[in-house]
Write a protein that binds this ligand. Structure first.
Ligand code: G3P
Ligand code: CA
Length: 255
């Protein structure tokens, strides 16, 4: 595409607070996102889905069961129903009262304070979600590169091709946990619309990083949950580390 290249090589590795600082607070809540900012993460990572009545909400699982006191699919509950749930107490009593945030609420609270890595989850459940996400970003003038540090990513590649067309100046990323997605042919295909290839950290090595960089894309690895998982990623030369613990020591590339 004609997308201007958003990825710029740097010695500084970006720290991304996964689902907020999910090691320290209930994932995908305002408390977790504030914690990420407090810990000086370069980005917060958020998971976006849609309620039954078509509102964009921030939650990881397709169902409400694990992280709230509700049950059933997110897509089968209205925003009103979802907003009444407690999304904090599963993590700790002190977080009781945390709610499932809306996408717009997160944009309004955190734009200008930190980067936002926006993951679109299960887009096959939510036809048209790309247009809704694009509209919310545009309404806030966040689609112009100089204005805000945002990236949109997904495991659903067709959705990211669509996103690239809707918001040509917003960098998009493809997520994968499959080694077969890192073949030369696949990487060439990704390079035609994506600025980032973001694989599971278990797939990352320096030759993969070089292959991605050769195609002028960046690479962010997920999910770090232990301190000892950091150094191999730095040695491989990744551009970003998506971590539940964004306060791990300052990150600089080894090469
Ligand atoms: O940011 C990438 C990572 O979040 C993808 O996996 O399951 O934690 O959304 P998941
Ligand atoms: Ca995610």
């Amino acid at each position: 595409t004609t997308t201007t290249l958003a990825y710029e090589p740097s010695d500084q590795v970006q720290t991304v607070a996964h689902r907020g600082a999910a090691g320290y607070a209930p994932e995908n809540t305002m408390a977790a996102f504030h914690k990420g900012v407090e810990m000086k993460a370069d980005y917060i990572e958020i998971d976006v889905q849609e309620s039954k009545d078509g509102e964009l909400v921030v939650i990881h699982d397709f169902t409400l069961d694990r992280t709230t006191n509700g049950t059933g699919y997110v897509k089968d509950r209205t925003l009103d129903e979802i907003r009444q749930l407690d999304a904090g107490s599963y993590f700790g009593e002190e977080f009781t009262g945390e709610k499932v945030p809306t996408f717009e609420e997160v944009l309004d609270e955190f734009r200008g304070k930190t980067g936002i890595l926006i993951e679109l989850k299960a887009t096959y459940y939510y036809p048209g979600i790309e247009e809704k996400v694009a509209a919310a970003i545009k309404q806030r003038n966040m689609h112009l590169p100089a204005h805000h540090k945002i990236i949109v990513q997904s495991f659903e590649f067709d959705s990211m091709q669509r996103m690239d067309k809707l918001l040509p100046k917003v960098p998009v990323g493809v997520l994968t946990s499959r080694a077969t997605d890192l073949s030369e042919a696949k990487l060439n295909e990704f390079a035609s619309y994506a600025e980032f290839v973001n694989p599971s950290r278990t797939l990352v090595n320096s030759s993969i990083v070089d292959e991605v960089h050769e195609r002028n894309m960046g690479i962010m690895a997920w999910t770090v949950r232990k301190q000892e998982e950091v150094q191999p990623l730095l040695d491989a030369g990744v551009d970003g580390i998506i971590t539940d613990y964004p306060d791990y020591p300052p990150l600089h590339k080894a090469k």
